[in-house]
Write a protein that binds this ligand. Structure first.
Ligand code: CA
Length: 556
């Protein structure tokens, strides 16, 4: 019912827009109005039969570092609630918020380490972050804004301080077989000496691997999933270390048993939460990643190759790294069914990788938000926070203002704030229409307004200059041409070609980004007999480190 209503509603909007466009055209001389094609209307269904997550832009939050509501120096659920308006104020008519529609919270369970990836209780929340009631209020506030929330589920291993593992040190304990033990030290890596024998912990001795060959472990962790999905009501999970779940002897990644386990988990998950999302961390090349995306395991997995290629292309000012990975991954991965990102909590921050250069960071944002895949933004990336490993340095407190401790806490922050915060903070960038934050806001809104950017097919164009990357995003109702100059030198007379494509008839161009019109209009490309683009000499200069997002519409 809602689907039919939403179709009628978007139909009406389309007609109204068409009328508005023709009225403007009749007046003559006015800036051409973009045609909004299937904007996100906050409904549960996705666009054109795609899942809802293809209409979403996710934001990765490290709760400890986001906002501290009570002055103990540690970010918390109530702090995140206070800052939700920054991410999404729940009002589709305002454009002052970032426009985020999904949150991924890094581990929120009680844990041994500050980062939370060594859980000691899967049924509670970290008391440093708040109470379960606080978390439920957060979830409710998120849902009332039309956003979704997924949590990190760390199921490959527990903390060595988890009561199950403490009990398992005793060979006669019923929990002994919940972990992987050997009386003698096995060959291969990841084995540690316990009180009675050697145990497997492929990441470190403080993170013993659970034994998923034991049906009790399996049943227990399915119950953890049930608890969070059904009793608490989260919208899905980010599965940590998904390639490592079940070992086969010395095979510690990508085992057939791991694939089988994930397929079984998916069946149970889908029964518990039919519209829930499982996004997996398979930290590997896209060939390996694609094996988890065949339809019956993960819904999405992070595309590490593309993330690296984006930052490489932006850093060196040449299109080839992204073009090569994109050409391969468009064939390798199901259409748009991967998670796109620039960097995460395990990597040097994107802004650092591109040399702390806002113009470069803007290019990276442009790629992230106009390419296929579901975009995930690591907190602070949108204001260009920098950070280089060790890990604490890439997970520093969010920089809200030029005030003390960057406005993160009134107390002593758990980790010092990056000293660049007086120059680089949310408050300052909110007041600056040319800031990186402003670019993120505009690009996210463009994605919300244009189905081609969210779910369109992607066709790479040939460009005459190695600094130029161009692609077409295409749904039947609209085509969007994205043209980047990744180099620092201005380019004139770049020629673009597309041998074959979905185009037809005479076209006109509406410039969607940047929002300021150019001096002189952008003349449209000629459509070839094969629906592609004939040798198209880009009609305006491409300044260094710039990009254009152009809607191609029928000429009327
Ligand atoms: Ca706190």
């Amino acid at each position: 019912m809602r689907t039919i209503l939403s179709r009628i509603w978007s139909g009406l909007i389309l007609v109204a827009l068409l009328l508005a466009c023709s009225a403007l055209a009749a007046c003559g001389g006015a800036t051409p109005t973009p045609l909004e094609v299937k904007p996100v209307l906050g409904l549960p269904e996705g666009t054109d039969g795609f899942p809802w997550w293809n209409d979403s832009v996710f934001y990765q939050v490290f709760v400890r570092s986001f906002y501290d509501s009570d002055g103990d120096g540690i970010g918390d659920f109530n702090g995140l609630i206070e800052k939700l308006d920054y991410l999404n104020d729940g009002d589709p008519n305002t454009t002052t918020d970032l426009g985020i529609s999904g949150l991924w919270l890094m581990p929120i369970h009680p844990a041994t380490s500050y980062h939370g990836y060594d859980v000691t209780d899967y049924y509670q929340v970290n008391p440093q972050y708040g109470t379960m009631d606080d978390f439920r209020r957060l979830l409710d506030a998120v849902h009332r804004r039309g956003m979704r929330l997924i949590i990190d589920l760390v199921l490959n291993h527990t903390s060595s301080e988890h009561p199950w593992f403490i009990a398992a040190q005793n060979p006669s304990s019923p929990f002994r077989d919940w972990y992987v033990w050997s009386d003698t030290e096995p060959v291969g890596s990841g084995w540690h000496l316990g009180q009675n024998g050697f145990y497997l912990g492929i990441f470190e001795d403080g993170m013993p691997d659970l034994n998923y060959r034991n049906p009790d472990v399996n049943a227990q962790m399915l119950d953890v999933a049930r608890y969070w999905l059904q009793e608490v009501g989260v919208d899905g999970f980010r599965i940590d270390a998904a390639k490592h779940i079940v070992e086969e002897g010395t095979i510690q990644s990508h085992s057939a048993s791991t694939h089988n386990w994930l397929a079984d988990f998916r069946v149970h998950f889908s029964a518990m939460k039919p519209d829930g999302l499982i996004v997996g961390e398979v930290w590997d090349n896209s060939v390996a990643v694609s094996q988890y995306l065949r339809g019956d395991e993960l819904h999405l997995a992070f595309n590490f190759d593309l993330a690296q290629a984006i930052l490489t292309s932006v850093r060196v000012g040449r299109a080839d790294a992204v073009a090569r990975i994109l050409a391969r991954d468009l064939k390798l991965l199901p259409n748009g069914q991967f998670a796109a990102f620039l960097s995460n909590h395990d990597q040097d921050r994107a802004m650092l990788v591109v040399g702390d250069d806002p113009a470069k960071a803007r290019l990276a944002a442009g790629l992230l938000l106009t390419l296929p895949g579901v975009p995930f933004i690591y907190y602070g990336e949108e204001i260009g926070m920098v950070g280089k490993k060790p890990d604490e340095q890439i997970r520093t407190p969010m920089q809200w203002s030029a005030g003390e401790n960057a406005g993160f806490t009134t107390g002593l922050p758990w980790e010092p704030v990056n000293p660049d915060y007086p120059q680089k903070n949310v408050q300052k960038q909110l007041q600056d229409g040319d800031s990186l934050l402003a670019a993120y806001r505009s690009l996210i809104r463009l994605r919300q307004r244009h189905a081609a950017l969210r779910v369109g097919d992607t066709l790479l164009l040939q460009a005459s200059d190695s600094a130029c990357l161009a692609y077409l995003r295409s749904v039947p109702e609209e085509n969007i041409l994205v043209v980047f100059n990744l180099g620092s030198q201005a380019l004139t007379g770049v020629t673009l070609e597309l041998a074959q494509g979905p185009l037809a008839g005479k076209l006109r161009v509406v410039q969607l980004f940047p929002s300021q019109p150019q001096r002189g209009t952008i003349s449209p490309p000629q459509v070839s007999a094969m629906g592609g683009i004939e040798s198209y000499r880009f009609p305006v200069e491409l300044p260094g480190n710039s990009f254009f997002i152009l809607q191609l519409l029928p000429e009327n």
